[in-house]
Design a binder for this molecule. Structure first.
Ligand SMILES: Nc1ncnc2c1ncn2[C@@H]1O[C@H](COP(=O)(O)OP(=O)(O)OP(=O)(O)O)[C@@H](O)[C@H]1O
Ligand SMILES: [K+]
Ligand SMILES: [Mg+2]
Length: 678
């Protein structure tokens, strides 16, 4: 059933691509591809010659020959257009599926007076507050400001298991077009109509916003220069031929030119780029630019944050550990007090644990307390009571500074008890009341499965992995060991993450960063490849140049492979295209001059039937090689993890040698068929 559906889809894509190949004949479109534009100009001239053979002066060739050259040239252009249209078609089909999820929905807009007004989702603006109940489609991208709900994101991720999203922390962003399955949430709209995540995703997969990468521009320029050189060579042939008393016919000169200019790579170049982007999307990764995908192919260092990227990130309070001389109830109460207004998931898990231990309290008692919100800079949170009591929880070293800053002393067992938790991979949060440390909160998190194997693969490719975390060195060491990263940096503030990236970049390395938190956003922007987890915050997703819809940090490995494959495919087909010329020289040059210079017959090693059939055979080969190589352009050249140098020499060998040999065989076979037919 599924394959049946795919087949009809493929058929539709092919039919559409054929139609688009003709639409792309528009010279204004063609001029963006200088190589194929020259072929189109040649097609036009030979069309005139087919209608009026004497249009540009006396001619020695038959009308049929002119028509044959015209037809082959016309198909050469169509084949190149078809390659590009086919690559675009796959993306368009994906975009259509996405568009279906983008129907207008009714939004429950919360007004200033507290009443709900129903409006169309297209009327929502940045900053609007909306209520979304179970069963409702989320009307716009937003940040949850209140509540917790399970959300079905299958419309964008294809993953059917609902995910939990909640206010505060790193899991607070929601995407328009997804559906709330249980509970309700209040969201603050973060995008205006037309700029949403889904809109961007549609225009990305459709290729509407596709821009040529710097590499592509460089190659296009190189190909254009080569084309100019060959044009010049062909023009200088004319006086030479006159001197030798040979008449070179215009159709033949055009055929020769088209055979020599790099039409194979010129025709397939943009298809290679588009297909590479499509492959990335098929892995459920949204790449904002082709440049990012290409950069991924050359990555040397990968930096990952810990919580939410290497671990699941649902750090939950598991235990309250009192220090010597403190009652368990005392730590529990202080931990609870420090968290009454802490909206982070960590904070709320502390309240839950305290409640489950039967602590009696009322939120009302804290309404005039001063809230100290958690920040990645201070790594602490808590509150100041009206009587001046300061209650804090946070990273152990941060609390130590807080306490010693008020002339407090550090209990002896603090270090031991904290490191016990850290060595188990947990995060210890110390709790202090004024200048006295009461105890430790044990936050538990789990490492995502399967990371070790994939990091080992990265190592085999020569890519270094570095975990960069705000957590303490002991916890970091345990998690780094468990996940199998090469290095780690602990107690990193947001600017330390950027510094780590800049350090690598200063050594000439290309750096990829994966992260999910608001504190990761600057680093994601600094990295050459920034991959944000879809589970993460809007800030992270906006700063990144790629988003993994499955929130799997090792997905970068697949993107790296696709990037490498893209670069290899482009290089391989360029080599092949240029190597092809050798055989064409041997096919065409003797054919041109044989009449005047019989000595050249020794060059006619291909022993082709007649000069005209030799030229047509070379031209036909030049045309059909484009569709024959479409599968390579779409799927990418074979890639095996090995060093870049070995890979390069291997490909030069295969595609260089193949590029020299294949056309000798191909042209000979076409010549035999042609002379048989005529
Ligand atoms: N709600 C909170 N209140 C007080 N301290 C906290 C809170 N949440 C985290 N911390 C402490 O602050 C440290 C830094 O947290 P932050 O979220 O910046 O980094 P992280 O998420 O642990 O690291 P990563 O960069 O790997 O995601 C944590 O390791 C923890 O010790
Ligand atoms: K060519
Ligand atoms: Mg984080």
């Amino acid at each position: 059933m599924a394959t049946e559906q795919k087949k009809t889809l493929d058929k539709e894509i092919v039919i559409q691509a054929i139609i688009d190949s003709f639409k792309k004949l528009n010279p204004l479109t063609m001029i963006k591809n200088p190589v194929m534009f020259i072929v189109e100009v040649g097609t036009f001239i030979t069309l005139i010659l087919s209608l009026a053979p004497g249009a540009f002066g006396a001619s020695t060739v038959s009308r049929e020959y002119n028509i044959a050259v015209f037809l082959v040239l016309f198909f050469t252009v169509l084949f190149a257009n078809f390659a590009e249209a086919l690559a675009e078609g796959r993306g368009k089909a994906q975009a259509d599926t996405l568009r279906k999820t983008k129907s207008d929905t009714i939004a429950k807009l919360l007004q200033k007076d507290g009443y709900i007004k129903e409006v169309s989702s297209t009327q929502l603006r940045k900053g609007d507050i909306v209520r979304v109940d179970a069963g409702d489609v989320i009307p716009s991208d937003g940040e949850i400001v209140e509540g917790l709900a399970s959300i079905d994101e299958s419309a964008i991720t294809g993953e059917s298991a609902p995910v939990i999203k909640e206010a505060g922390g790193d899991f607070s962003s929601v995407t328009g077009g997804t559906r709330v399955v249980s509970d309700y949430i209040i969201i603050k709209v973060t995008t205006n109509p037309g700029e949403s995540f889904l809109d961007r995703m549609i225009s990305l997969v459709e290729g509407a916003s596709r821009q040529k990468t710097p590499n592509e521009i460089a190659l296009t320029t190189l190909l254009a220069v080569l084309t100019l050189i060959f044009l010049f060579v062909i023009i200088t042939l004319v006086p030479l031929a006159t001197y030798l008393n040979v008449t070179l016919d215009i159709a033949t000169l055009i055929a020769l030119l088209v055979c020599l200019i790099p039409t194979t790579i010129g025709g397939l170049l943009s298809a290679i780029g588009i297909a590479g982007m499509n492959r990335v999307t098929r892995f459920n990764v949204l790449a904002m630019s082709g440049k990012a995908v290409e950069a991924a192919g050359d990555i040397n260092t990968m930096i990952l944050d810990k919580t939410g990227t290497i671990t699941f990130g649902n750090r939950m309070a598991a235990e309250f550990v009192p220090l010597d001389g403190i009652l368990e109830q005392e730590v529990t109460f202080a931990a609870l007090q420090s968290s009454v207004r802490d909206e982070t998931p960590e904070g709320r898990s502390i309240i839950e644990l305290a409640n489950s231990l039967g602590i009696n309290w009322s939120e009302y008692e804290y309404h005039d307390a001063e809230i100290i919100e958690f920040t990645a800079e201070t790594r602490m949170s808590g509150l100041n009571l009206p009587d001046g009591t300061q209650i804090r929880k946070g990273a152990v070293d941060a609390i130590k500074k807080f306490v010693t800053g008020q002339n407090g002393s550090l209990p002896r067992d603090l270090e031991d008890k904290a490191s016990h938790i850290a060595k188990a991979g947990g995060t210890p949060l110390a709790v202090a009341v004024n200048n006295k440390v009461f105890g430790i909160i044990y936050l538990k998190d789990t490492v995502k499965p399967g990371l070790k194997e994939r990091f080992a693969e990265l190592r085999a490719m020569g890519i270094k992995t570095v975990m960069c975390t705000g957590d303490n060195p002991l916890t970091a060491a345990t998690i780094a060991q468990e996940a199998g990263v090469d290095e780690f940096i602990a107690e990193a503030k947001p600017e330390d993450k950027i510094a780590a990236i800049k350090r690598e970049q200063a050594q000439g390395k290309l750096v990829a960063m994966t992260g999910d938190g608001t504190n990761d956003a600057p680093a994601l922007a600094q990295a050459d490849v920034g991959l944000a987890m879809n589970s993460g915050t809007m800030a992270a997703k906006e700063a990144a140049n790629m988003i993994d819809l499955d929130s799997d940090p090792t997905k970068l490995l697949s993107v790296i492979e696709i990037g490498k494959q893209l670069l290899i495919t482009r290089g391989a087909l360029t080599t092949f295209s240029i190597a092809n010329d050798i055989a064409k020289y041997f096919a065409i040059i003797p054919a041109l001059f044989i009449m005047a210079l019989p000595q050249l017959n020794t060059l006619n090693i291909m022993n082709l039937a007649s000069p005209q059939s030799a030229i047509l055979s070379a031209l036909i080969f030049n045309a059909v090689i484009i569709p024959l190589l479409i599968p390579v352009a779409m799927k990418g050249a074979k890639y095996k993890p090995m060093s870049a140098n070995r890979l390069l020499s291997r490909n030069l060998f295969i595609y260089g040698l193949g590029g020299v040999a294949v056309p000798f065989v191909g042209i000979k076979v076409i010549d035999m068929i042609l002379s048989g037919l005529l």
